[in-house]
Ligand binder design. Structure first.
Ligand code: SF4
Length: 350
């Protein structure tokens, strides 16, 4: 059975045509899937009964199963989602001043093995399909609708479990579906893909213009980066920065560099000065993220004054550097804390 949410618009059109229907019918089905959040083909009431019957023989609509929802004191919501093969992923809804941002996963587990990340400890299990990635958006949006939330889901960040560029083809299909004007209709300004850097896809992603880019940098030198991100050995920092210099940016757009501050590891003044040097040839802004202690991992949170000192060195050199306030730490929903405990089958759920 085909999951309709796995299909791009053109793939859906081809399926509809193969069932002997005119291509424009695809638009109606697409709107049911993405605008109306339809989960049952028989409920597509303005689609002919004959087409609904034939479609249901070939396809289904499968959203991820909500196994558990945890809400933080600060309004952050973490979903544990069960996939059809029994695997599980997490995604997070983060409240902002006038909207919500969803942090989405792209893989079950992750092969990058970053030392500070709970997902990295899981190892890699498999890539998520486009329907599974988009399903996170559908689940999050439905959650807000059911709660009668006044604020809507406006921004998406691919910063959850997994390395997005190691699931590149499915990521592209997902971005395409997100943009479709008759569907979810997210503009590229509202979508950020975060990567540790995968050489073969970085520039191609930039050429699509489908999203903004964030680089998970976390260290200013190759040696330090490899210590905490072993996969960084595959794309040396010098080469990564050379690629980023060629990255196509729209006017007024910059590259975002994520920098997780780990006490005594990468948070010294000398590290900040090294970072200034590294970023001197790109249009950069820096998100400083204060590490959240995660059980089983050997890192500590830097003191607030250390974080400010680090930020000031960047600011003094004209680099826009913001400190990202950690949200959802009490429910392990903050950066690097997602792990999708594999107990979802036992728990059951909605
Ligand atoms: S930080 Fe991102 S790339 Fe690194 S192990 Fe975790 S999920 Fe993978």
């Amino acid at each position: 059975m085909t999951n309709l949410t796995d299909l791009t618009f053109h793939e859906l059109e081809a399926l509809i045509v193969s069932l002997g229907e005119p291509p424009y019918r695809a638009r109606q089905v697409w709107q049911w899937l993405w605008q109306k959040g339809c989960r049952d083909i028989s409920e597509m009431t303005d689609v002919s009964k004959a087409l609904r019957t034939r479609l249901a023989e070939r396809a289904t609509i499968a959203w991820p199963r909500v196994v558990r929802v945890r809400e933080s004191g600060d309004g952050t919501v973490k979903f544990l989602l069960g996939l059809t093969d029994g695997e599980a992923v997490e995604c997070v809804l983060i409240p902002e001043k006038d909207h919500y941002t969803a942090c989405l996963s792209t893989q079950v587990g992750c092969a990058m093995g970053c030392g500070f990340c709970a997902t990295g400890m899981l190892g890699f299990r498999r890539n998520m399909t486009p329907g599974e990635m988009l399903g996170q958006v559908l689940v999050a949006r439905q959650y807000l609708l059911d709660r009668g939330e006044a604020l809507s889901l406006r921004n998406l960040v691919f910063m959850g479990m997994g390395e997005p560029l190691l699931n590149y083809e499915n990521l592209l299909k997902t971005l395409e579906a997100l943009h479709h004007p008759q569907g979810l209709d997210f503009s590229s300004r509202r979508i950020t893909v975060s990567t540790a850097g995968v050489k073969r896809h970085l520039l191609d992603l930039g050429k699509t213009g489908l999203c903004a880019l964030a680089i998970s940098l976390h260290a200013p030198t190759q040696e330090k980066r490899e210590q905490i991100m072993p996969a960084a050995a595959r794309l040396p920092l010098g080469e990564l920065m050379e690629i980023l210099r060629q990255y196509p940016l729209k006017s007024r757009e910059s590259l975002t560099f994520e920098y997780l501050l780990l006490a005594g590891v990468n948070d010294a003044d000398a590290d900040a000065r090294e970072l200034v040097r590294l970023l001197s040839h790109v249009k950069a802004k820096v998100n400083l993220i204060v590490y959240n202690a995660t059980p089983g991992l050997p890192f500590r949170q830097p003191r607030p004054e250390r974080v400010l000192a680090f930020q000031n060195i960047l600011k003094d050199k004209g680099i826009v550097a913001t400190i990202r306030k950690s949200k959802g730490t009490d429910i392990a929903a903050a950066c690097g804390q997602l792990r999708a405990e594999a107990d979802c089958q036992a728990e059951g759920g909605a």
